[in-house]
Ligand binder design. Structure first.
Ligand SMILES: [Zn+2]
Length: 248
């Protein structure tokens, strides 16, 4: 009988094939049912990134031991830019001073005000549209009730258009009543996560945990219900006057 000659090369090849076999066997024997998906967002989205431009704060915060009766500091709202392939959508322009608004936009995104394709205003309170006039080239949108209220004030050089169900075929216009009757938030998917730019439907993370409307809400029960609905729809919430947070 002819001896089987094993060269170093064939020996190594057969040894590594055996090792691979063992590896896959042990992998398959450890296989578990796939865990439920953690995130609610769609994998394919036209939204590539989003950025907070100004980080908001409240004029008074009951969770900091402050009373509701009077403001103890100037309020700034959280302003966000949602970016898609061919648009930049800015939510709640927060700063009335044009230079300041442009500086914060540049600092956080490198964009100029003229790069903003559209501005969305969540509701009629002044701190959420203070900087709208700084984006004269952009389209201006709000929920239909809010657009109507703002247009009637005569304070704006051009009309605020009532937003339909979607903006740029990528961002859901989501009615979130309670803080005001026509309050509207924006929901979108990014990196497989569902994100809601809430405006004052959620004042801060503490107000969300307590399902509590801010002191000037028109309907506290409806505010709480709206927050429950948002909790079901979102992985991440960007509140009106706080940093964004994960929905747990
Ligand atoms: Zn408000």
């Amino acid at each position: 009988m002819k001896p089987i000659l094993t060269t170093r090369k064939t020996f190594l090849a057969s040894a590594s094939a055996a090792a691979v076999g063992t590896f896959f066997e042990s992998r398959s024997s450890l296989a578990q049912p796939a865990p439920a998906p953690r995130w609610k967002g769609a994998a394919n989205s036209k939204i590539k990134r989003w950025d907070v431009i100004t980080l908001g704060n409240l004029s008074r915060n009951r969770y900091w031991g402050e009373g509701d009766a009077k403001g103890v500091r100037a309020a700034i709202c959280t302003c966000t830019v949602i970016a898609g392939d061919n648009f930049h959508l800015l939510v709640d322009p927060s700063l009335a001073d044009g230079e300041q608004m442009a500086r914060e936009l540049d600092r956080r995104t490198g964009l100029k005000p003229s790069d903003i394709s559209a501005v969305f205003v969540t509701h009629e309170h002044g701190d959420h549209w203070a900087g709208l006039a700084n984006f004269p080239d952009a389209k201006w949108f709000a929920g239909p009730i809010v657009a109507n209220i703002l247009n009637k004030t005569g304070k704006f050089k051009k009309p605020i258009e009532p937003a339909k169900e979607k903006l740029f075929d990528a961002v859901d216009v989501m009615p979130t009543p309670g803080h005001t009757a026509g309050h509207t938030s924006l929901r979108f998917d990014c990196d497989g996560k569902s994100v809601i730019a809430a405006g004052d439907a959620v004042a801060t993370h503490d107000f969300f945990r307590g399902r509590r409307g801010y002191f000037n809400a028109v309907d506290f029960a409806l505010s709480a219900k709206t927050m429950d609905r948002m909790a079901k729809a979102a992985d991440i919430i960007v509140p009106g006057h706080d940093n964004y947070f994960l929905v747990e």
